[in-house]
Design a protein around this ligand. Sequence first.
Ligand SMILES: NC(=O)c1ccc[n+]([C@@H]2O[C@H](COP(=O)([O-])OP(=O)(O)OC[C@H]3O[C@@H](n4cnc5c(N)ncnc54)[C@H](OP(=O)(O)O)[C@@H]3O)[C@@H](O)[C@H]2O)c1
Length: 304
Amino acid sequence: MERGMGGSTLSVVLGGLGVLLLYRMLLRLRPGARVQDAVVVITGASSGLGKECARVFHAAGARLVLCGRSAARLQEVVQELTASSAQSKTKTYTPRTMTFDLAEAEMVARAAEEIRQCYGHVDILINNAGISYRGNILDTDMAVQRAVMDTNYFGPIALTQALLPTMVRQRSGHIVVISSIQGKIAIPYRSAYAASKHATQAYFDCLRAEVESYGIAVTVVSPGYVRTNLSLNAVTVLDKSTAMGRDPKDVAKAVLEAVRRRSKDVVLAGPLPALAVYIRNLWPALYFKVMSLRARKEQRPQDA
Ligand SMILES: NC(=O)c1ccc[n+]([C@@H]2O[C@H](COP(=O)([O-])OP(=O)(O)OC[C@H]3O[C@@H](n4cnc5c(N)ncnc54)[C@H](OP(=O)(O)O)[C@@H]3O)[C@@H](O)[C@H]2O)c1
């Protein structure tokens, strides 16, 4: 009798998994959202993941507005992309550029107006720019905490809010934010960074619910380590872990796929960080214990 019940439970679980797999396969067969000719704004397009996103969206035929603080570095990206267009079978466009500092609220408002004027509307906004920080909370100045929040949180939300009305008017649009696995779990010695990414996750989760009825999609992408210069450009010291991270090209392809599928939440991390997200929610006491052991081990975060 008991064995019979165990067997039927197993059948229900396997049946459920089968239905889930079938559902996911059917979702993949749906025609994806169009990227060809779409107006795509990418922040932090001068380097790392943003530059790779620029490559894949350009190759897919998007009309790009590339943003960053250095006009010269953005021009280098434009030249690279334009040179690559010669071999492309897809119709491609020469990207436009916009130079502004996300941490300066007034500059963001002005830049948003100029971005709108580039093509008269925006289809996809990819909030990618960000800075990293590692350090002991005891030694972290409030100015550093604020600087990280300004670039990683207040800047992207200011740009999003400034561009949102055009999407609401056109009753379509897609807002993507590159968060981090550290927006889902907090790791010692990353206070400002993890806090900025947790705030990002919360804000864009709220936004998704609020704008769905206008036909606007919101995607939060949470990568683990990616091989970019993020740690070299960090507010403080270096982080060796990024050197062992994912190839930014693969992450950029996943961002394009998420846009085509209008995915809501995408985690691009190895099995251990992905498991940690579940443990943080299902068994917080265990998570806190592991993090406290890790903090002791890293008491002096030499590679931070
Ligand atoms: N690398 C990783 O391991 C990793 C992991 C998870 C999530 N992420 C996230 O991925 C995103 C991209 O990072 P990345 O790894 O590609 O780093 P990156 O190579 O250092 O690129 C950061 C980009 O952000 C721009 N930027 C920085 N501060 C800015 C500001 N105040 N105003 C305007 N633009 C600014 C930079 O442009 P300029 O310097 O030219 O202005 C640069 O293009 C970030 O949001 C990061 O948090 C990265």
